[in-house]
Design a binder for this molecule. Sequence first.
Ligand code: SF4
Ligand code: SF4
Ligand code: FES
Length: 243
Amino acid sequence: MAQRRLQLEIYRYDPNDPQTAPRMDRFEIDEEPMMNLFTVLTRIREEQDPSLMFDFSCRAAVCGSCGMLINGKPQLACQTLTQTLPKKTTLHPLPVFRHVGDLGVDTGTWFRTMYENIGSWVHTEEEFDPQAIEQRLPNDLMLEIYELERCIECGCCVAACGTANVRDDFVGAVTVNRLARFMIDPRDQRTNLQYYDVMGTDDGIFGCMGLLGCDDICPKEIPLQKTLAMVRRKMAMTGLKGK
Ligand code: SF4
Ligand code: SF4
Ligand code: FES
């Protein structure tokens, strides 16, 4: 296959510099076998424009920092091979999150706020005993919890969510997934009504339109459809029964 010369249109804007205005910059780079967008952006920064801003850490779809809109679709740049892309590609920062500069956004503040709001920790009345041996849970239950814990907090599902794009108080599928992790954990002693208080609301599970853009987009294939359905059912029953 003949080597392609890739063309990238990249969104540029520094919100901290009032002199600048948003624009699209065009870069070209020769494609190489098994090249991913992390390599492309790093090469552009090293060889063509050192001021280009974007976030990376692990380069292996683990840290969740490199989510961006790749031809309009939220995806991880380090997981995206250029061979899966057309010759011309546009890159924009993820919507919903605070823009830091060019392709960089602040997902951390959004996640911290949402997770604090739902009480994202095991709630228990048990006294902590530093001498006690670790509490054991059945393997199949731990696997179920681990399946939800695999989320890397990249924000792609939030960026793909119609509700989150128009309502900044909407929790998004990822926060529902986070609470579900505690709902199935017997060590968390919260009652259904306590879960209802934080999730049985219009900015919680009942704000979800159920079109499942989140489930389609998740790069870690977290079972968001199943989790949203489980939490919606549980919260609806709690609302009806009042317990
Ligand atoms: S659920 Fe998937 S898409 Fe959403 S933040 Fe976690 S890993 Fe990213
Ligand atoms: S199913 Fe719900 S959480 Fe997922 S993208 Fe649609 S509105 Fe957002
Ligand atoms: S750099 Fe860590 S997920 Fe892409």
